[in-house]
Design a protein around this ligand. Structure first.
Ligand code: ADP
Length: 387
């Protein structure tokens, strides 16, 4: 089965064509600057596609050669917010598209863009089966005590203010692969998974299900990220509001100027590690803040899952930064966690154990592959099977 996986942003469209049975990638790419067209008159700027429909024409042209005489069987969309309704991937129809749109207030940057992607496909290929795979869905198993904020109940009932969690597709995929690596049935797998990319979140897995996760109402809560602050005292926002900051100023500061960038002046973990190794005190402190925060979450989630059988690192930083993994593991010494320095530094694209045999909890590195997970979920929904 050939699945076109689409991650549609407001001004970009990222895609992959996957052969689900073979597990291979036939084509991939990124169309950018959608809707940013008519800027430059004769200034040599390349104009972007006018809209998502035009971007899709570009994708169609780009994948043409790779497809040969094969045709696409389905399209799988990464949809950021599934609200309380969507706990699983679903086959898209008009009603589902409208339901995703009704969630726009919860994800004002992402869901409208996801819907533009869905509509562009419907227009171009009206009979193409489309599946929506939600970033929030895996976290629908959170118990109420984990998803509630301790604020007046009407904020939840009238505004949907609760914790939703994100990165669910990745956490679920990695949980399955980690359980397989340790030869544990996934429904008996208790673990803590740290997805550390530009956005970062950690999830408590009990019996293969998500029982807590560090991102909340939005992807801002939790860990120190590339440019996002993660947890802070909400009174800071009130303080800044009274000092004249607009909601947009506060939003930009927390989402785009904070995290590693705010502390070290650079949002890229590789650069921050290099700077720290070269003696930059701010970079060293940024690493200390980020690793301390993550270690606190892992300790807490060890309790939430009733004793983790594994601690798993994934995504850009989790898979590649042995320095950051070592900083986190050092702080987990009280739990009996002990890395094998050699295994930790090894470079590999395979899932692997990096702790020493005497570590009280095995520590794993498991590469994530969200596109693969979306393609497989799409194929499963379309063929009516469940994975
Ligand atoms: P996204 O959330 O955008 O998918 P990624 O999962 O690609 O992000 O992760 C990006 C992060 O991974 C960046 O902070 C980058 O510095 C870090 N990273 C990638 N490769 C390495 C590496 N070899 N060493 C350290 N950090 C790395």
């Amino acid at each position: 089965m050939l699945v076109l996986v689409i991650n549609s942003g407001s001004s970009s469209l990222k895609y992959q064509v996957r052969d689900v049975e073979a597990g291979s990638v036939l084509a991939e790419g990124l169309v950018e600057k959608i809707g940013m067209g008519n800027g430059g008159e004769g200034d040599g700027q390349i104009e972007g596609p006018r809209d998502h429909a035009e971007a899709l024409e570009q994708v169609d042209a780009e994948i043409h050669a790779a497809l040969g005489d094969r045709t696409l069987d389905a399209v799988g969309h990464r949809v950021v917010h599934g609200g309380e309704r969507f706990a699983e991937p679903v086959l898209v129809n008009n009603e589902i598209t409208r339901a995703i749109e009704r969630l726009n207030p919860l994800a004002p940057l992402h869901n409208p863009a996801n819907v533009l992607g869905i509509r562009a496909i419907s227009k171009k290929w009206p009979d193409m089966p489309q599946v929506a795979v939600f970033d929030t869905a895996f976290h629908r198993t959170l118990p109420e005590h984990a998803w509630r904020y301790a604020v007046p109940d009407e904020l939840y009932t009238n505004h949907g203010i609760r914790r939703y969690g994100f990165h669910g597709t990745s956490h679920e995929y990695v949980a399955h692969r980690a359980a397989a690596l340790l030869d544990v049935p996934v429904d008996e797998f208790d673990a803590v998974i740290a997805h550390l990319g530009n956005g970062a979140s950690v999830t408590a897995i009990r019996g293969g299900q998500s029982v807590d996760t560090s991102m909340g109402f939005t992807p801002l809560e939790g860990l120190v990220m590339g440019t996002r602050s993660g947890d802070l005292d909400p009174s800071i926002l009130v303080f800044l509001g009274r000092a004249g900051w607009s909601p947009e100023d506060i939003d930009a500061m927390l989402n785009r100027q904070s995290g590693l960038k705010g502390l070290a002046g650079n949002n890229d973990m590789r650069s921050v590690v290099e700077a720290s190794e070269a003696g930059d005190a701010k970079a060293a402190m940024a690493l200390a803040v980020a690793s301390y925060r993550l270690a606190k979450y892992i300790g807490g989630y060890h309790v939430a899952v009733g004793g983790a059988k594994a601690i798993v690192f994934t995504a850009g930083i989790g898979e590649n930064s042995h320095q950051f993994r070592a900083l986190v593991a050092e702080r987990l010494g009280a739990l009996g966690v002990e890395l094998d320095g050699g295994l930790n530094r090894e470079r590999s694209k395979e899932p692997r154990v990096i702790s020493s045999p005497s570590s009280a909890i095995p520590v794993l590195v498991v590469p994530t592959d969200e596109e693969r997970a979306i393609a497989e979920a799409t194929a499963a929904v379309v063929t009516g099977a469940r994975i």
